[in-house]
Design a protein around this ligand. Structure first.
Ligand SMILES: Nc1ncnc2c1ncn2[C@@H]1O[C@H](COP(=O)(O)OP(=O)(O)OP(=O)(O)O)[C@@H](O)[C@H]1O
Length: 340
């Protein structure tokens, strides 16, 4: 449905988007994820036709979009500040795209009612938008973007300004809704939890380039590089020399999965693979701190020998050691990832 081929956008000497290629299939939900300034919004604006290209091509259903203006691309847009028209009521906002396309009144009314039902705001048509909560406004903005049945819906930080609880609920609803409608979606977010909950595929961006593409599970399990690992919040990264099924590191020997590339590498040990046990065995560490994360506790560990970098373990609530305790650390090979 959407194909980006070597898309490049420069602002001055710097490429904000640097030779990005990406395909989005029909009915697929793809999330661009990355830190501030990595080029996500610029890429979205390119697809919408709001940002000219310096090189490359954008194709929609196989047709090159060079020279095709925004309103002829058949894409729907929903931006962070969702820009509802404050002087119109909810129905007037949702109907906007239909009115500019000359859809007759009766059909417009029916479609607005249908969409308000769909986004969970049945009967809200006559309400002034100023009287709606942030979450309700977000739903109205979504209904407005969906109303003209865009072939591709683009969302820029769709839930950016809402509090976390509401975001988590809405993101699940959105995914279900898009699945039901068969909507193809390209969304931008800097929030990994949101991207992982919404997307079929995640595209991690770094300095205008694609750092990794994969399903949420693939990216989470196997971050391709140290950048992606750290962006996802994995900080147990260490220099290692691999020989056979063991790596020599500042944390001592770490078992690695069979078939791991030999020689000098960077290794990630996911916190779930850091096991705490008897202080007489393995790497001796002091428990520096603990953070409760709902279903588990993140435990910060400082190796006693002082030279090795700190590391983090993930513990079940009932197995969490006290702060200040000395523990012995062992590593599970299935949670070890070799980074590029
Ligand atoms: N109109 C512009 N003129 C000059 N530089 C720009 C312009 N738009 C974006 N940039 C620069 O291009 C780079 C990418 O910006 P972009 O907004 O695409 O990043 P982003 O990943 O969406 O960031 P954020 O999450 O903060 O929105 C940044 O360095 C930004 O400063």
């Amino acid at each position: 449905m959407l194909a980006l081929q070597d898309v490049t956008v420069r602002f001055g000497p710097r490429a904000a988007v640097d030779a990005v290629s990406l395909d989005v299939a029909d009915h697929e939900i793809v999330c661009l994820l990355g830190p501030s300034g990595s080029g996500k919004s610029t890429l979205l604006r390119v697809v919408a036709g709001l940002q000219p290209l310096d090189a490359g091509r954008v194709l929609l259903d196989g047709a090159d979009q060079a020279g095709v203006p925004v309103h002829r691309r058949g894409v729907g847009l929903m931006f962070q500040d969702h820009q509802l028209f404050p002087q119109r009521d909810v129905a007037g906002n949702v109907a906007f795209g239909l009115r500019v396309r000359g859809v007759p009144r009766a059909e417009r009314t029916a479609r607005v009612d249908e969409l308000l039902d769909l986004v969970g705001l049945p009967g809200a048509g006559p309400r002034p938008v100023a009287a709606l909560s942030g979450g309700e406004q977000q739903r109205v903005a979504l209904a407005r973007a969906l109303a003209p049945r865009p072939r591709l819906l683009m969302l820029d930080e769709p839930l950016g300004q809402l509090d976390r609880g509401l975001r988590e609920r809405l993101v699940t609803e959105l995914r279900r809704l898009f699945g039901r409608l068969g909507t193809t979606v390209l969304a931008v977010t800097h929030d990994q939890a949101e991207a992982f909950a919404l997307a079929d595929r995640v595209v991690v961006m770094h300095e205008g380039r694609v750092a990794q593409v994969g399903s949420p599970l693939e990216v989470w399990r196997r971050p391709a590089s140290e950048f992606v690992a750290r962006f996802l919040g994995f900080d147990n990264v260490v220099a290692a020399t691999v020989l056979g099924t063991a790596a020599t590191t500042a944390w001592g020997p770490i078992p690695v999965p069979p078939g791991t590339r030999e020689g000098a590498v960077r290794l990630l040990v996911r916190p779930a693979g850091v096991r705490l046990g008897d202080p007489a065995e393995g790497l001796r560490c002091t428990v520096e701190g603990r953070t409760f994360r709902g279903h588990h506790v993140a435990v910060r560990l400082r190796p006693v020998d002082g030279q090795a970098p700190p590391l983090e373990a993930e513990c079940a609530l009932r197995d969490t050691p006290d702060e200040g305790a000395v523990v012995g650390v062992a590593f599970r090979p299935d949670e070890v990832v070799v980074l590029d």
